[in-house]
Design a protein around this ligand. Structure first.
Ligand SMILES: Nc1ncnc2c1ncn2[C@@H]1O[C@H](COP(=O)(O)OP(=O)(O)OP(=O)(O)O)[C@@H](O)[C@H]1O
Ligand SMILES: [Mg+2]
Length: 567
């Protein structure tokens, strides 16, 4: 007899035939396709796309694809069995060969156009036609839409070949960047930071592309050699891949009356955003203008919280343009990113990013993107002055909300009930002077030590007696504030849930993609495992290997400490 309280056991999708039955394109089908597109999806040359929300396009299969890894955690969440990742037809689809797809799945994927604003300034120069009509998913191709447990997901190949937006480039992603994106997405999820998710990773055993990169031991800022790299495809998954830049594209067209349906297409894409990303929070039976005010509030909340989380975990999105800013408020585009090791408010690993997109400037970069979102959506409220005023007010409140989120984050990171400006400012100065390792410092502090000896484990420089005394004095003041609240073991436990023990250390990731190029995926699997439990204590062996300062030889090393976005 079944136990009355037993939960129904989960059923898993174990083969490709069952998987295709999950396809549900009903929301994509609500949008307009490019009226000039070929319906067979054979659309692989750079061209201008003047209207429509997407272009049907077939991805280009990887030659001789080999399975590297998949996210077991995410497969489990989706009810997909691990063995599915090894299924021949599944592997073919996620290495870009849609010819095996059968109904209700389709054999044609889709790519979308988007606009680009850099730090709040509109650009069209990056488009080969100078108009913006040839800019968008140049190598990202979505291939599947599904609803699982009431959640809609879009599955997108990165590196799936040329699209009309490829700008003459090859549409491929190299193994290095695919491994980085795959691991980083899983890591961010484990850190509880909203992100696109990793599904699968396959590499070609015979196809390569040439990219600029760094020679061994290079100290050069820019790449100094050309390297043949294996190509790979990672599949990422999100409720949508709508970017602020995408809303901007339709708003720019509406503004210039580019075609007769331009305003309607703007309306449609914003309604689509609400349905895809804000469905549970916005009541779509309300007047559209009211929904937009709510959208502005919710996106502001998500974006400010996202950026506060980035700073909490040491993440820097080195190129936070509007085309890399997801309108659903999640982290997107793991190319130019890095995680801060030696604490530096100006930390910026991507050589093309400059100070605008550096570590502590992310709140300002986020505001510039939010401004572009506001500018794009605003024309849709023109007829409703009251709603417009509320909408504008939400925009004006961005900086204040950002500050609130950041201060709450610092308070939590420090185990305090509320932000203490004096204590925080003093701490920043000490962290900079002692060149602390951002992760190790906060993790050691989470043990609430009596004296500074444990904290010194995180210092990259030897400190003077005078500096040590300043540290001790800071620690005493901090401990007084901490003990004012809950008992210290409760605070310590909470701090350890906020301050990860394990982080992304580029010099430990480099060997993983280098070995992978030789066909050995052991280190990738090891990193997946370690980075899946960043807040937990792990074995002594893992601690010795991953919880340590960056060795001197990697300082200023090209491809490790800094990199161009040669992806
Ligand atoms: N190898 C390539 N082939 C075609 N287009 C590319 C290639 N590399 C980059 N692009 C395009 O250049 C633009 C800017 O590049 P960026 O590095 O932000 O994108 P990405 O890493 O491909 O994208 P995503 O933001 O989708 O993660 C994007 O529109 C992207 O599609
Ligand atoms: Mg991008």
């Amino acid at each position: 007899m079944a136990h009355p309280f037993k939960l129904p056991s989960k059923t898993y999708v174990t083969n490709f035939d069952e998987f295709v039955q999950l396809a549900d394109y009903s929301l994509m089908d609500n949008l307009n396709a490019d009226p000039n597109a070929r319906c067979d999806g054979d659309d692989h040359r750079a061209r201008q796309v003047f209207s429509g929300h997407f272009v049907p396009v077939t991805p280009t299969p990887l030659a001789e694809p080999e399975y590297i890894t998949h996210s077991s955690t995410f497969f489990n969440e989706l009810g997909l069995s691990d063995e599915l990742a090894q299924d021949e037809d599944f592997r073919r689809v996620f290495s870009a060969d849609l010819s095996v797809a059968c109904a209700p799945m389709r054999q044609v994927g889709w790519a979308t156009g988007y606009a680009l604003s850099i730090y709040g300034t509109e650009y069209t120069q990056q488009c080969p036609f100078g108009t913006g009509n040839g800019y968008g998913d140049g190598r990202a191709i979505s291939v599947f839409e599904t609803v699982i447990n009431d959640q809609r997901w879009e599955m997108q190949l990165k590196g799936g070949g040329q699209t009309p937006y490829c700008r003459g480039a090859d549409g491929r992603a190299v193994l290095r960047s695919s491994v980085r994106e795959f691991l980083a997405q899983e890591f961010m999820q484990a850190l509880r930071v909203p992100t696109s998710r990793s599904l699968t990773l396959y590499v070609s055993k015979s196809e390569t592309v040439t990219r600029p990169w760094y020679s061994q031991n290079s100290r050069s800022t820019d790449p100094d050699i050309l390297v043949d790299n294996p190509v790979a495809i990672s599949t990422r998954v999100a409720p949508s891949f709508l970017r602020v830049g995408q809303l901007e594209l339709f708003a720019r067209r509406a503004r210039s009356n580019a075609h007769i349906k331009a305003f309607e297409e703007l309306h449609m894409i914003v309604a689509h955003l609400i349905e895809r990303e804000y469905k549970n929070e916005i009541d779509q039976s309300f007047a559209f203008a009211e929904q937009l005010v709510e959208l502005a509030m919710l996106f502001r909340q998500r974006l400010t919280s996202l950026v506060a989380n980035w700073i909490r975990v040491g993440y820097c999105q080195g190129n936070f343009n509007s085309d890399n800013c997801a309108a659903g408020g999640l982290t997107l585009d793991y190319g130019p990113f890095g995680f801060c090791e030696i604490f530096d408010t100006d930390f910026q690993p991507w050589t093309g990013g400059g100070k605008h997109f550096s570590f502590f400037n992310q709140p300002a970069a986020a505001e510039a993107n939010y401004h572009m979102f506001w500018t794009a959506v605003r024309p849709l409220l023109a007829e409703d002055t009251e709603a417009l005023e509320q909408f504008d007010q939400v925009r004006r409140g961005f900086a204040k909300e950002m500050q609130k989120q950041i201060q709450e984050m610092w308070a939590t990171k420090l185990g305090l009930a509320e932000f203490n400006s004096k204590l925080f400012t003093k701490l920043l100065g000490l962290m900079e002077r002692s060149e602390v390792d951002y992760t190790i410092f906060f993790r050691e502090l989470s043990h609430i030590p009596d004296d500074i000896s444990a904290l010194k484990k995180s210092f990259y420089v030897n400190t003077s007696q005078e500096l040590d005394e300043q540290w001790q004095s800071w620690l005493n003041s901090w401990r007084d504030l901490v003990s004012n609240g809950y008992d210290s073991s409760t605070v310590s436990t909470k701090m350890k849930q906020t301050n990860p023990k394990y982080t992304w250390r580029e010099w430990l990731v480099v060997p993983a993609y280098q070995q992978a190029a030789q066909g050995d995926y052991t280190l990738i699997n090891e990193l997946q495992e370690v980075l899946s439990y960043p807040y937990d204590e792990q074995s002594k062996e893992i601690e010795d290997k991953y919880y340590r300062l960056k060795p001197k030889e990697y300082f200023n090393a090209g491809g490790v400490s800094h990199y161009s976005c040669s992806s």
